[in-house]
Design a protein around this ligand. Structure first.
Ligand code: SF4
Length: 195
């Protein structure tokens, strides 16, 4: 059996997930967009295509399913149908999985991380975010600085500075708010919504 990889490069958001999991299949161009290795531009559709064998299907599926922009599809060459279930409609989503209504009561549900806490501040002129890490004894232990939420929260994880999922999620969320505020020149106050 053969399959056609169809890659819509115009709508690639350069999130780099595909090449992260399958670097042999995906490269990167000067605009940081993904390149389908061995792919050919189809001038009719404007998308890149590559014919693959069954043996390569699993690796391509992994990179397609991890793409947050849904720009990689895999089509069965015989039937012309996609072998992925990309972009299910709202109706299909509702019918196939239970819906959990999100809720949160910070007074009851927030739990202090025994490993400590952080304060976060963007520095607009330098385009840097600085984050102070206070340990379990409430003493300042580290100053972490970086240009993006992503590089800072990955440093936090690498240095093992959080011990609960809730705290890790909070740190990622606050850092992203700080990055948006810094880039858009908006005021940032930790724990408050952006204006
Ligand atoms: S994962 Fe998708 S959006 Fe991200 S670089 Fe690859 S193709 Fe582009």
């Amino acid at each position: 059996m053969t399959y056609t990889i169809i890659y819509d490069k115009d709508h690639c958001t350069a999130a780099h997930r595909c090449m992260g999991v399958q670097p042999k299949l995906w490269g990167v161009d000067g605009e940081k967009k993904a390149i389908l290795r061995g792919g050919q531009l189809n001038p009719r559709t404007g998308k890149y295509e590559r014919l693959i064998e069954e043996a390569e299907l699993a690796a391509f599926k992994e990179s397609a399913l991890i793409c947050p922009a849904y720009v990689i599809d895999i089509v069965d060459t015989d039937t012309g149908k996609s072998v992925l279930n990309l972009k299910p409609t709202k109706k299909e989503e509702k019918e196939s999985v239970p819906v959990i209504k999100a809720h949160y009561d910070s007074r009851k549900e927030w739990a202090m991380d025994p490993k400590g806490f952080f304060t976060i501040k963007p520095f607009y002129e330098e385009q840097l975010i600085r984050m102070r890490y206070y340990g379990e004894d409430h003493a300042l232990k580290f100053l972490i600085e970086g240009k993006s939420a992503e590089e800072i929260y990955n440093t936090v994880v690498r240095e093992n500075l959080v011990s609960t999922f809730q705290h890790a999620a909070y740190v990622g969320c606050e850092l992203m708010k700080a990055e948006i505020a810094m880039k858009k020149n908006l005021p940032y106050v930790q724990d408050d919504p952006l204006p």
